[in-house]
Each structure stands twice: as C-alpha cells, then as structure tokens.
Ligand binder design. Sequence first.
Ligand code: PHE
Length: 461
Amino acid sequence: MEPHSGERKRETWGSRVGFVMAAAGSAIGLGNIWRFPYLVGKNGGAAFVIIYLAIVILIGLPVMIAEVGLGRFTRRNPVGAFTKAAPNSGWRIVGVLGVITGCGILSYYSVVAGWAIGYTLKAATGAFATLTDPGQTGKLFGQFVGDAWTVLALHAVFMALTVTVVIGGVRRGIERWTLILMPALFLMLLLLVFRSLTLEGAEKGIAFYLQPDFSKVTATTFLAALGQAFFSLSIGMGVMITYGSYLPAREDVVISTAYVCLFDTLAALLAGLAIFPALFAVAEVEPTQGAGLAFVVLPAIFHRIPFGGLFGTVFFVLLTVAALTSAISLLEVCVAYLTDEKGWTRKGACWLVGVVSFLLGIPAALSNGASTFLSNLPVLQMGFLDLMDTIFGNLALTLGALFLCLFVGWRWGPKEALAGAIEGSAYPGLGQPWLFLIRYLCPVAIGTILLQILMNLFGQG
Ligand code: PHE
C-alpha cells in the first residue's frame, strides 16, 4: 500500500480561469435562478440589490477568501485541512460536518436537477404548448413529481452524469467540463434575457424587479440577503477549501475569489432579467420562487411567447447545467475526503458517494406526492426534501461558515491566516482589513442568522 495521508502528488488546476470557472460553476446554481430574483422583487428591488452587494463584498467574499486560503495552504480536503492547520484538536469535526453536508445537499439537489432534465424533454417535445394557466401546469407538475419511477430514474441519470464528470479528475474532469459549461450557461442566460426584454410590456417586470423601495427594507431583509449569499456562494461546507487545495501555491486568492463572487452575482441578476419581464409581459400571474416558479409559473407562459417552445427548452437546459456544475463540487468534497484520508481511488470514491447520495435522495424524490407520508411529515409539517434543505442547505451551511470564521480569525493564528489567504496577492494591503472582517463582522453577522434560523425552527415546532 502506498502512503495515503494526503502526501501523494496532488492534482492542480491547469489555469486560473479553470479554477474561477469551476468555483463559479459551484456557486451558480438553482439558488441564483429561482430564488435570488424573487427575493429582489419582494424585498425592495434595487434597494435589496444594494444590500446584497454590500453583504457579498463585506461578508461573502472574506469568508470565501478564508476558505480558499485554508485549502491552498494545507492542500487538503476539509477534514484534512482542519487537521493539518490545528493537529490533535476538535476542529476536524467542522471538516467532517462539511463532508456530510456535501453528501446531504447532493442527495436532494440531484432530485431537483432530475426534474429539470425531465422538463427539458417536455419543453422540447411541446408538452406545454396547449397549457394556458398555472392551474393546468400545476396539475402537470403534480403528476410528474408524483410518479415515483420517473423521478427516481431521472435522479439516477443526473447522479450518474455528475459521477462521470468527477471521475475524470480535477483537470480532465471538473475543469474541462466547467470550461465548456459555464460559457454555455452565460450564453443561454443572455439569450433568455434578450428574449424577455424585447417582449412588449417588459418594463412592468423590470419595475417589479428593480424599482428601489427602501420602505420594504427591514432587519429581516438583511437576514434574507445574508442567508441567500451563503447558499449562493457555496460557502460554509468546504467546497472552496477543496477547490482551493488544487490551486498552485502562488495563485492570487483575492483576485480569483473576487471573480467568483462577481460571476455569481451577475448570473443571479441576469436570471431576474430573464424571468420577470417575460412573466409580466404575458401574464397576470403572481410571481413566486423555487420549484413553483420554474416548473409551474414559467411553463404556463412559454406558449404565449414567440418561439416559446425553444426558449422554454433553453431555460430547462440552463437549469440542468447550473445544477450540474454545483453538484460536481458537492461530490468532489466527499471524494477528496475519501481519497486523501481513506486511501480510496478516485473512481471508487465517486461511485460510493454517488450511490450513497442517490439512496439518501430516494425519500426526497418521493416527498412531492409519490408518498403521502414523506410529502407531509408529521409534527414538522413539511416534506422530506424541504426538511433536508432546512437541515443541510440552511442550518449546516450557516454553522459551518461560523466555525470557519472562528477558526481562521481566532484559532489558526494571524500569521498563518495571512500567509494562507493573502500571500501572493497583488493587494497585500487588504490583509489587515480582511482579518478584521473575518474576526469581527463575519462571525457576528453569521451568528445572528444562525439564531434566527433556530428561532424559526422552534417557532414552527
Ligand atoms: N451555490 C449553489 C446554488 O446557488 C448551491 C450550493 C451550496 C452548492 C453549497 C454547493 C455548496 O444553487
């Protein structure tokens, strides 16, 4: 047996662009397309956008720099990174939490991505052509997700696709694919924005989306923006530690992560410009978010748009691609752990995690009608998929981000933290301000949303 404790030669990204595309691919996902635009529309338009931007710059970016820096410095998966930076301490548990969270999010993310594949086929074959209102498309969606075999088969197809990419490795799998998929994603997005903005009446949607309304800004607005920023930037579970661990030692972490934040925010803003002008131009339906927006409200308007079938298909391909590049990163976190720490081969690790996440996703897949019990769990009053999202997508990410800040800001040591994250940057002067944010502002802000999440959970129970 060769020694496996992470000492064997580690792959690196082929270029800075490769890292930025892979990390942006992780960040840009379902959250950008079906949640961000709605949050903007409901929370004061441009006023919300300004708050969101400030949060990304002051909290999201510093946390991302810390994660990538920890990864670049230790050259390890999340568990190995904490173990190496603080040997014989309990901090490795934070890494373990990250790996479990990766598997947990992947399990239900893949279910939803499977729906997107199914809807791509529906849109391409004209299944929405005769449906005129959300009542009808809602019924269609209910039938679709209520059919256990179909959703399980699509969940399996998507998981297999993810495994196939990650088996190829960092450079020949993840980097090669994201270098193709991310430009394609932006192209599709721009195409949809163009279609949407050129419809007659588009300005009503722009008004709903962006008209600044500061009267809607309250304390909860900040919390909504903060929660969205974490999920959207993929921080708090070690994706960025893992992707950072494949960076060459000299890479400028500040610049690269700034690009990732920029692309993520840009994609979110564009998604709103693709959705709301079209929605308001053709229909008098209430905008919503999540699955309801993508799978019910939008399919009801495609047929009223010239070449709507084509644009509908593009929309679901876009959703699938966005989900795929995020799923790849979730899988890679678990795979890096198994190969670094447990001596697994990449191929074996990919299949193991893929199968485990598939199995874990089965109850989520059945929780939208196929199983009455799973669709409305007793006491909790929510479906299994929503429960998984609350535990992993919400609670675990926030907890992970909080511990990461406390570790990098207080435990690791300022010299190590600066060497890990800022060394090699073209802007070394940013080191002190960054350290200040990571030590004070970030933990306080993240601690506040954590409290809010816990209070909500208790409030419901
Ligand atoms: N950032 C992804 C999205 O916006 C979700 C994600 C979260 C992916 C955490 C990886 C890790 O949909």
